[in-house]
Design a protein around this ligand. Structure first.
Ligand SMILES: Nc1ncnc2c1ncn2[C@@H]1O[C@H](COP(=O)(O)OP(=O)(O)O)[C@@H](O)[C@H]1O
Ligand SMILES: [Mg+2]
Length: 336
């Protein structure tokens, strides 16, 4: 039987994700920008309106009908809640958590309250109208709805915290600055919010909120924290839980993204054969029930990521040309 197609929204620069799905099944991308590079890895490029347009969900619905889509996955934070609502209304087969959890995890202060409610570790966090003089410093002033590490500032005192709260032109919150290494756990939940796997990695280097170098590690405490977080929030689909391991206070969750994390290749490299998250997602889309296998993966491999590009012609069609029009210096390499 032919597997159902997959629809990826807001593909942007995430060529690795789109091309991985495109090897498994028919892959449709919906991105409002004709210059989003990742759409060129898809079989079908769907032009859709912006996510806040009332025609956005109907446009996705018609792509689903046209191409036999069995799973819709958001690749940015922008439409997770909208897709969740559309799933609850029976309009789209979106692989996302409930709209309530999607909304709460998009707002880092709400996320803090939600984590606390479920007894999951979250660093002390307050809103700007709290008694800032009474806090333990340093703190991070962070936008509540930030992403890509935008407008995050370390403040050493209440005076500096007040400055940054005023300086950042959006709603902020104030969170205890964590020490120690930052780590991420890439997880996948099934349609009932059961955690299928949780794969931790180090964050050796990040740029613009995306992890570009890291190593997959087999860390029982992190695997268990990933599983607990996924099941407390009943997350369906992929999610990345970001934590710090503070030498004094232990683990603290600083960010939960209910979509593929920046370092998509890490859990793909780590998965056992047939169990990469895209493969599991295509099987779930086909109606298969999967057995959880939390902690079953290979550790020790490192990923290091880089940019690549496409040439588009006057009609914005990929030319397929590479950037090395220069012939090799001394002909083909000599046989060894
Ligand atoms: N409480 C904190 N203590 C120390 N560093 C932090 C804290 N919160 C965020 N950061 C740093 O800022 C980066 C981005 O913050 P994050 O909360 O993940 O927001 P974003 O949604 O922008 O990814 C993190 O990867 C981390 O390096
Ligand atoms: Mg983050």
């Amino acid at each position: 039987m032919k597997p159902p197609a997959v629809l990826l929204t807001g593909a942007g620069k995430r060529y690795d994700i789109v091309s991985c799905f495109a090897r498994l099944t028919r892959t449709v991308v919906a991105d409002p920008s004709p210059l989003a590079p990742a759409q060129y890895a898809a079989h079908v490029r769907g032009a859709v309106p912006l996510v806040d347009d009332p025609d956005y969900i109907p446009a996705l619905q018609s792509l689903c009908e046209q191409h036999g889509v069995g799973a819709v996955l958001p690749l940015t934070d922008l439409d997770i809640e909208i897709l969740a609502r559309a799933r609850e209304e029976g309009r789209l087969p979106a692989l996302v958590p409930s709209s309530e959890v999607a909304r709460a995890t998009y707002d880092k202060y709400e996320a803090h309250l939600l984590l606390q409610k479920h007894s999951l570790p979250s660093p002390p966090t307050v809103l700007p109208d709290a008694d800032l003089d009474g806090l333990h410093y340093p703190v991070m002033v962070k936008p509540r709805r930030g992403s890509g590490a935008r407008s995050i500032h370390l403040a050493q005192s209440a005076m500096q915290a007040r400055f940054f709260i005023d300086y950042v032109a959006e709603a902020t919150m104030v969170q205890r600055a964590m020490n120690g290494p930052e780590l991420s756990i890439d997880c996948l939940g099934d349609l009932d919010g059961r955690c299928l796997n949780a794969i931790p990695r180090t964050m050796l280097e990040s740029r613009g909120g995306e992890s570009i170098k890291g190593e997959v590690i087999h860390d029982e405490e992190l695997i268990e924290l990933g599983r607990r977080t996924m099941e407390a929030l009943r997350v369906s689909g992929p999610a990345t839980v970001q934590v710090f391991r503070d030498p004094e206070t232990g683990l603290g969750i600083t960010d939960v993204n209910t979509r593929f994390g920046g370092a998509f290749p890490a859990p793909v490299y780590a998965a056992l054969p047939g169990r990469t998250y895209p493969e599991l997602i295509v099987r779930m889309a086909a109606g298969e029930t999967l057995a959880p296998h939390v902690g079953e993966f290979r550790s020790g491999m490192t990923f290091t990521r880089y940019y690549w590009q496409l040439e588009l012609d006057e009609q914005l069609r990929p030319t397929g040309r590479d950037i090395v029009p220069i012939p090799p210096l001394a002909g083909p390499p000599a046989p060894r």
